[in-house]
Write a protein that binds this ligand. Structure first.
Ligand SMILES: Nc1nc(=O)c2c([nH]1)NC[C@@H]1CN(c3ccc(C(=O)N[C@@H](CCC(=O)O)C(=O)O)cc3)CN21
Ligand SMILES: CC(C)C(=O)C(=O)O
Length: 339
C-alpha cells in the first residue's frame, strides 16, 4: 500500500533527483491514500471518475494464468504513456530497453545506459500506480556477476521506482536470478530472441525453429523458473513452442511477443502498436491505431493555421478590462512619444 501510494502522490519538485525513501514523505501520502472513504468513491463513480484500480501483484498474475485470462503488457517510456497504461487497464507496464530505439533514436538497445533507463523509469513511475511496473536491465548492467546485477537492480527499484526487473538470457543467468529473487527483487526473464544479442545472432531472427534450438529455449525457461523468475518474455519463437513452454511451466507466467496465442499474456512495443514507429517492423507487430496519421494531420493543420493567421482566433487571446487600453495608450505616449 505504501509503495503503491507513493507513485501518484510524488510532488513534482523532487522529480529529477534519485528518490531517498528515508527522507521522503511517504507516510503522509500513504495515509491520504488509505483514508479514501467508500462515500467518496461512490461520489466519484457518480460523477464519472473511475474508481482507483487495485495494484496488480504477482499473485494476481498467477491467478490470471490459472483462470486462462490473458495478461496484457505494454511498454511505456514516459509519464503520459505510463498514465495511459494505468488508465486503460494494462496489467504490466514495461519500461523496455526498446526505449533506446523508439524513443532515443539509437540504432541498437545495446547503447542504452542505466542512467538513461532510470530517467525514463522515474517518469513512467510517476504516472503508473496499479500496473506492475517492470524495467529492463540495460545491456552490460547485469552480466559481469550476480553482485553486479544486484547493484544495478537495486538502483532500478530504488531510484527508478520499478516493482521488478527484466533481463535477457538463459542458463547463464540462473545464479543472477537466484541472487535477486533471494533479496526480494522480482525478476522477469526474457528468452527466445534476445535483441541485445542481435549482432551475435546475425540479426533479429526468430529462435527455436529447429528441434535442438527449441529444446534450448525450453531448457532456459525451465531453469529460470527453477531459479525463481516470476515471469518470462518469450520472443519470436514458433507458436507451438510458445504454447508448449507455457503449459510445461508451473509457476512462471509467460508473456509472448511473436510467440503465438498460447502464452499466458502478450506484449507489444507502444510505438509499434500505435503506429508511431517507422523503423523496421517485425512480423509479430499489429498496428491497433494509426497515431502517425493523426500526428501528421495535427502538425500540418497547426502550421497552415499559423501561416494563414487563422490561429490564434480572438477567443484564444486575452482582453483588457474596459478603459485600460485607452489609459495604456496615454501612458505609452510618454514612453515612446507620439508618432
Ligand atoms: N520498435 C521495436 N519493436 C520491437 O519489438 C523491438 C524493438 N523496437 N527494438 C528492440 C527489439 C528488436 N526487436 C525485433 C526487431 C525485428 C525483428 C524481426 O524483424 N524479425 C524477423 C524475423 C526474421 C527471422 O526469423 O529470421 C521478422 O520477420 O519478424 C524481431 C524483433 C524486438 N524489439
Ligand atoms: C519488446 C519487449 C518485450 C522488450 O523487451 C522491449 O521493449 O525492450
Amino acid at each position: 500500500m505504501l509503495r503503491s501510494a507513493k507513485r501518484i502522490q510524488r510532488p513534482s519538485g523532487l522529480l529529477d533527483f534519485p528518490l531517498r525513501p528515508h527522507t521522503y514523505p511517504f507516510r503522509a501520502c500513504a495515509q491520504r491514500w488509505m483514508s479514501a472513504r467508500p462515500e467518496k468513491r461512490q461520489a466519484d463513480e457518480a460523477n464519472g471518475t473511475p474508481p482507483p484500480r487495485k495494484k496488480v501483484t504477482i499473485a494476481h498474475l498467477q491467478a490470471l494464468r490459472a483462470s486462462r485470462t490473458p495478461i496484457t503488457m505494454l511498454t511505456a517510456y514516459d509519464y503520459p504513456t505510463g498514465r495511459a497504461c494505468e488508465a486503460h487497464g494494462i496489467d504490466i507496464t514495461l519500461v523496455g530497453d526498446s526505449l533506446a530505439q523508439v524513443c532515443l533514436g539509437y540504432d541498437s538497445t545495446t547503447r542504452l545506459t542505466l542512467d538513461e533507463l532510470l530517467h525514463h523509469t522515474r517518469a513512467v513511475a510517476r504516472g503508473s500506480r496499479a500496473p506492475l511496473l517492470v524495467a529492463d536491465m540495460p545491456f552490460g548492467t547485469y552480466l559481469a556477476s550476480p553482485e553486479d546485477a544486484l547493484r544495478s537492480a537495486v538502483r532500478v527499484v530504488r531510484e527508478g521506482g520499478a516493482d521488478a526487473v527484466k533481463m535477457e538470457g538463459g542458463m547463464e543467468l540462473v545464479e543472477t536470478v537466484r541472487k535477486l529473487t533471494g533479496v526480494g527483487i522480482p525478476v522477469m526473464a526474457h528468452v527466445g530472441l534476445q535483441p541485445q544479442r542481435h549482432v551475435a545472432l546475425s540479426g533479429y531472427r526468430a529462435q527455436g525453429r529447429d528441434a535442438e534450438s527449441a529444446l534450448h529455449v525450453l531448457r532456459s525457461a525451465l531453469a529460470l523458473e527453477e531459479a525463481g523468475a516470476f515471469a518470462a518474455v518469450v520472443e519470436a519463437v514458433p507458436h507451438a513452442l510458445g504454447t508448449y513452454i507455457s503449459r510445461r511451466l508451473t509457476r512462471m507466467v509467460t508473456i509472448g511477443i511473436g510467440a503465438g496465442a498460447g502464452t499466458d499474456g502478450q506484449v507489444l512495443v507502444w510505438d509499434d502498436m500505435l503506429g508511431t514507429w517507422h523503423g523496421h517492423q517485425a512480423k509479430f507487430v499489429r498496428r491497433f491505431a494509426q497515431v502517425d496519421r493523426e500526428v501528421e494531420r495535427g502538425v500540418r493543420a497547426y502550421a497552415d493555421a499559423v501561416r494563414e493567421r487563422s490561429f490564434p482566433a480572438l477567443e484564444e487571446s486575452y482582453e483588457m478590462p474596459k478603459g485600460q487600453w485607452e489609459k495604456f495608450e496615454r501612458l505609452a505616449e510618454d514612453v515612446v512619444g507620439t508618432a
